[in-house]
Design a protein around this ligand. Structure first.
Ligand SMILES: [Zn+2]
Length: 284
């Protein structure tokens, strides 16, 4: 692999699994970026030792991070897909180019922890993973775990890792809360310490024990793509419970209502067509 100043591969003292921690898949999500900078600085000053395996620390959407923007041409977290699924327009984007650069690091990884944060001030921290990663997710300091995203939002980093047929397939994405909440980088750092210790890459760190929480489990099973443009009828908090037939918003002139009792995730107004306006899920 060629040298890239945004990708740090640190070899452990002994053999062991390869794991990747990513930040800045969305370039304005500073919480994860600060956490990865903190880990890197601890390693470089020898306050944290990689005992075994290989740890990849990656600043993912480099161009968008530099601009303080979520993305440049498209959502990098939809770009990790097979070549034959890209549109011509997507193929010209920076994000597809960058996803292809990062794929080899994910292919070799037994586990991925992808650190995100939200522009929503009321954001609730939660984990995105599939059930084979639940035992690991339970150890992370977050009380909501959701599954189902691989089907409704193919092309994410965790999706790509989950598809790996070799069994190196523990893809976990963590939404750490509001970007500018100081708790977001701390939560991201805490999750990374627990994650690295669980794979045996570092010794368990004092002050960062596995959380082993009773977690609320959500199946994210519906995504709403806009037809014209979308405006919410109300402010909704992430994971707010909605009864069947609740008015969520308007797509152009048309009302959009829930079909059944559910919870809403990531609701936001959208200006254009074929945008992801919200996700619906159910408690399990
Ligand atoms: Zn994000």
């Amino acid at each position: 692999m060629k040298k890239d100043p945004s990708i740090f591969s640190i070899e452990g003292q002994q053999a062991g699994p390869t794991v990747t921690i990513m930040a800045g898949v969305h370039g304005n999500e500073i919480g994860g970026i600060l956490a990865v900078m903190r880990i890197l600085s601890l390693i470089q000053t020898k306050q944290l030792t990689i005992k075994a395996g290989r740890v990849n620390l990656i600043f993912a959407n480099l161009l968008a991070i530099g601009q303080g923007q979520r993305q440049t041409n498209m959502n990098l977290n939809r770009a990790f897909r097979p070549d034959d699924t890209y549109s011509t327009e997507e193929l010209m984007s920076y994000e597809i180019h960058r996803a292809r650069e990062l794929m080899p690091y994910l292919r070799e990884s037994h586990g991925l922890l992808d650190l995100h944060s939200s522009m929503n001030r009321q954001s609730t921290p939660f984990i995105i993973c599939e059930p084979h990663s639940y035992p690991l997710a339970t150890k992370l300091p977050v009380e909501i775990v959701s599954r189902g995203w691989d089907i409704i939002e193919a092309g994410g980093t965790d999706y790509f890792v989950n598809q790996n047929p070799t069994g190196r397939n523990f893809g976990i994405c963590i939404e750490c809360g509001y970007h500018n909440d100081p708790k977001a980088p701390e939560r991201a750092f805490q999750a990374a310490m627990i994650f690295l210790a669980d794979f045996g890459c570092i010794d368990p760190q004092e002050g960062y024990p596995p959380a082993n929480l009773e977690q609320r489990r959500i199946w994210a099973n519906q995504i709403y793509h806009t037809k014209v443009n979308f405006k919410l009828a109300n402010e909704f908090a992430d994971f707010q419970a909605l009864a069947a037939d609740t008015l969520i918003g308007h797509d152009g002139e048309q009302e959009v209502r829930t079909q059944q009792d559910c919870v809403i995730i990531f609701p936001h107004d959208c200006k254009g067509s074929n945008d992801e306006a919200f996700i619906l899920g159910i408690d399990e």
